[in-house]
Ligand binder design. Structure first.
Ligand code: ADP
Length: 534
């Protein structure tokens, strides 16, 4: 056995492995069936040529007949393949017509046994020499005719095919073109005058088998990892199988058979696990794509929502300012005398309008925050003045509820912070408003004090109430958008859960910190805002 025989055996092993991988994937696909049959015939051909070289005459002649049949089978299976390939471009023929393709085979086989095919043979110094007779011409015609027809069919499909099928057909035509050109030269034409290069044709089938294999696998959902694992498993089993026949003793046979069974079982398990893994990965991939699409859609909807809020907010603000203006003119008596009864009603209208103005303000803030358009006019703000002012505004409301509302400037004096006065007023207003809203009886105390921390002075504004309190479990999510506790919902169904979110955003943007504490339900709560003092 020399290198040429090893090449031939390797060719056979390669073709068997690849055809097995493809048939393993989908044993019912006609494309896969005819591909595998053609690849297997190529493997048999390579094996035949190898054994022909190793054997002596006259056994070698019998082997030569065998490989000529194998090569004839490549032609017919390839033609069948050309008819059914690719998916969606199958040539529709009747069964009879397909069956007719195989009719010449028995005649070819018979020819091989006549003296007009093999005229003489001899073992020479350069190898085996075989003289071919006139019957060989029929074989050449058969082979060239079948392969030519297959090419013609594939080429016509190529011209009509869509992009994907075109790429597949290109691979098939190229692979088969290369293999056939060399194979036919070395094994169909050259042998007429010189039989020495009979070994050179079969290795080129590797090109054909791998190119077509690639064309089949490329555009299907097959995964490289799975195919590699399968090829490895099948290749290993094949090697072990061959070793069975080269075993020297009975014990060897048993041992090798055992190894084969174990290796095959492990290979099957491995392939299955890889298949599963790939399947799962593909599933995750699909889910990820779906999620990404959903996410883009959500973002679009969110942007549309913010846009709507912004437009609606601006549209609402003007008429509200109008109403507020006229109501305060009524209350001040600018528009003539107002009866006490009407004044009381007007006050209620005024309070409600103010509530509405705040709500619209919150909505506008939300849309600004979400669009990243929150702007601040920073200046020096004396927090004590601001807090006192806000508390004064709420005095009437607190009194109406029977609550004590106090402002206590502990040790902050006239200390100031750098901030946007309107936004900071919004913060304090929100906190005091909440404290009054969520307190049925008792007191609301607004405290201001100074603190040293991390080498700087901070001002803390604490709004403490004796209201409904907050469950410990709820404390952490207090500053998230649209968060409202169950108790708050029950007491005040009209809230939106936006105020604290905006408070946090404003304080964060001021480089400050806002915290909440509550000893528990029904035991009041305290909201603290810390800002760096100037
Ligand atoms: P809203 O008051 O419109 O619900 P906020 O963002 O101002 O919106 O408040 C969010 C939630 O925080 C309230 O619904 C309530 O559950 C809770 N909360 C805020 N302030 C207090 C408070 N002083 N006492 C108890 N719970 C409060």
């Amino acid at each position: 056995m020399d290198i040429r025989d090893i090449i031939l055996f390797t060719t056979a092993a390669f073709n068997v492995t690849l055809s097995s991988v493809i048939i393993f994937h989908n044993p019912r696909s006609r494309i896969n069936i005819f591909y595998s049959l053609a690849a297997l015939s190529a493997a048999l051909w390579a094996l035949g040529v190898a054994f022909f070289r190793i054997a002596d005459f006259p056994l070698a002649l019998a082997i030569a007949r065998f490989y000529y049949v194998a090569a004839a089978l490549i032609a017919v299976f390839f033609l069948q393949f050309a008819l059914v390939f690719p998916e969606g471009l199958r040539t529709s023929w009747s069964r009879m017509r397909y069956a007719a393709l195989y009719l010449p085979l028995p005649f070819i086989a018979l020819l091989l046994f006549t003296d007009a095919y093999f005229v003489s043979y001899a073992q020479t110094l350069h190898g085996k020499d075989v003289r071919l007779g006139p019957a060989y011409l029929s074989y050449v015609l058969y082979f060239v005719g079948y392969v030519g027809a297959a090419f013609w069919i594939l080429f016509n499909k190529f011209r009509k095919a869509s992009a994907v099928a075109r790429a597949q057909l290109w691979f098939v035509l190229t692979g088969v073109g290369i293999a056939m050109a060399f194979g036919m030269w070395f094994n169909l034409f050259l042998p007429i005058t010189n039989y020495r290069f009979i070994w050179a044709g079969p290795p080129f089938t590797i090109v054909m088998v791998s190119f077509i294999g690639y064309a089949i696998l490329k555009h299907s959902l097959y995964n490289v990892k799975v195919i590699a694992t399968e090829a490895f498993g099948i290749g290993l089993a094949l090697v072990l199988f061959v070793r069975l026949f080269t075993s020297a003793s009975a014990t060897d046979v048993i041992l090798n058979a055992l190894i084969l069974v174990i290796a095959a079982s492990i290979a099957v398990l491995l392939i299955r696990s890889v298949l599963k893994e790939v399947e799962q990965r593909e599933k995750i991939q699909t889910l990820a794509t779906e999620l990404a699409t959903a996410n883009t859609e959500l973002k679009r909807l969110d942007a549309a929502k913010s846009e709507f809020i912004s437009i609606a907010g601006h549209q609402l603000r003007a008429p509200l300012t109008f109403i507020k203006g006229y109501v305060s003119m009524f209350l001040e008596g600018t528009l003539g005398p107002v009866s006490d009864f009407a004044r009381e009603s007007m006050k209620k209208v005024f309070v409600s309008t103010e509530q509405l103005v705040r709500l619209v303000g919150d909505l506008l803030d939300l849309s600004r925050i979400e669009a990243g358009r929150m702007r601040y006019q920073m200046t020096r703000v004396v927090l004590a003045d601001l807090a006192r002012e806000v508390v004064r505004q709420f005095e009437a409301t607190a009194r109406a509820k029977g609550l004590i509302l106090l402002f206590q400037n502990r040790d902050a004096g006239e200390l100031a912070v750098n901030g946007d006065p309107d936004k900071l007023r919004e913060v304090v207003t929100n906190l005091v408003d909440n404290a009054i809203k969520y307190t049925a009886s008792g007191r609301v105390v607004v405290e201001l004090y100074a603190q040293e921390r991390a080498g700087r002075r901070w001002l803390t504004l604490k709004v403490q109430d004796s209201g409904i309190g907050i469950k410990t479990a709820d404390l952490a999510k207090m500053f998230t958008k649209f968060t409202r506790t169950e108790e708050a919902r029950r007491l005040r169904p009209d809230g939106m859960g936006l105020g604290l979110y905006i408070v946090k955003k404003i304080i964060d943007d001021h480089g400050g910190e806002v915290t909440v504490a509550s000893p528990g339900l029904g035991r009041g709560s305290a909201f603290s805002v810390m800002l760096p003092a100037l």
